[in-house]
Ligand binder design. Structure first.
Ligand code: ADP
Ligand code: ADP
Length: 227
């Protein structure tokens, strides 16, 4: 089943002489449960692509369908609610809210929309992420690996259609990095949680089901390695 489709997506930053075409007519679709690695040189447009998929920044032209909803046909308020519900974002530098506890950070996407927290689901996630003894801590009281596990919990709480991860291991040593990848793969396999991940690390890309290579804002290669 198709969960994501992007059609003729382009993004131009700036105007006139200084305009940069960061994405140039990119189209592809992703099935529910796929693990897609996005690779490519620095400045090729990977983060821009992820931002467009995540509803973080509007494309210049083209469409993004998440679970058949044309995301950029929504108004600002609808889009903010839609992306909290359907998109889980994981960043290299965690982006946790420093004044909120681990528990509050994980539950944030639900609380922002006044949704009730499913206590059983919350406890299951916390246990899988091994954060049960850190729930009342603040982010700066945690290691990098722990902070990234909190951001995985936050991304999963809404059972989103897609998890988007931008270099999730980029700030971690190799042991903590593999732990994060193993957790993301586990949620991908056991919950059929669709996962799209930017990575510079070839060993990580080779663990995906499919690798999309971006060069100069275009798809240079799109290869299924695990059908
Ligand atoms: P990658 O993630 O592959 O390193 P990016 O998507 O960050 O690439 O950037 C693609 C191109 O768009 C680069 O040339 C970059 O300089 C440019 N770019 C990215 N973000 C902005 C922005 N906010 N304003 C202007 N140019 C940008
Ligand atoms: P903003 O648009 O100012 O970032 P939001 O209310 O959308 O504010 O989000 C607040 C915080 O929650 C941000 O740090 C954002 O990265 C995070 N966030 C929002 N939606 C999600 C989500 N679906 N998954 C993970 N984190 C999210």
């Amino acid at each position: 089943m198709e969960i994501l489709r992007i059609e003729h997506l382009s993004k131009v930053y700036g105007k006139g002489d200084t305009a940069v075409k960061a994405l140039d007519d990119v189209s592809f679709s992703v099935d529910k449960g796929e693990f897609v690695a996005i690779i490519g040189p620095s400045g090729s447009g990977k983060s821009t692509l992820l931002h467009m998929l995540g509803g973080v920044d509007k494309p210049t032209s083209g469409k993004v369908f998440v679970d058949r909803t044309d995301m950029y046909s929504l108004d600002e308020t609808q889009l903010a609610v839609f992306r909290r519900r359907q998109i889980g974002l994981i960043y290299q530098f965690y982006n946790l809210i420093p004044i909120l506890t681990v528990e509050e950070n994980i539950q944030l996407p639900l609380l922002l929309d006044q949704h009730k927290v499913d206590q059983k689901q919350f406890e299951d996630i916390v246990k899988t992420l091994n954060l049960q003894n850190r729930l009342n801590h603040l982010p700066n009281q945690l290691s990098g690996g722990q902070q990234q596990r909190v951001s995985i919990g936050r991304a999963l709480m809404n059972q989103p259609a897609i998890i988007l991860a931008d270099e999730p291991t980029g700030n971690l040593d190799s042991k903590n990095g593999s732990e994060i990848i193993d957790l993301l793969k586990m949620f991908n396999k056991s919950l059929h949680q669709t996962l799209i991940m930017i990575t510079h690390d070839e060993r990580i890309a080779l663990q995906a089901d499919r690798i999309i290579a971006i060069e100069d804002g275009k798809i240079a290669k799109d290869e299924v390695i695990r059908p």
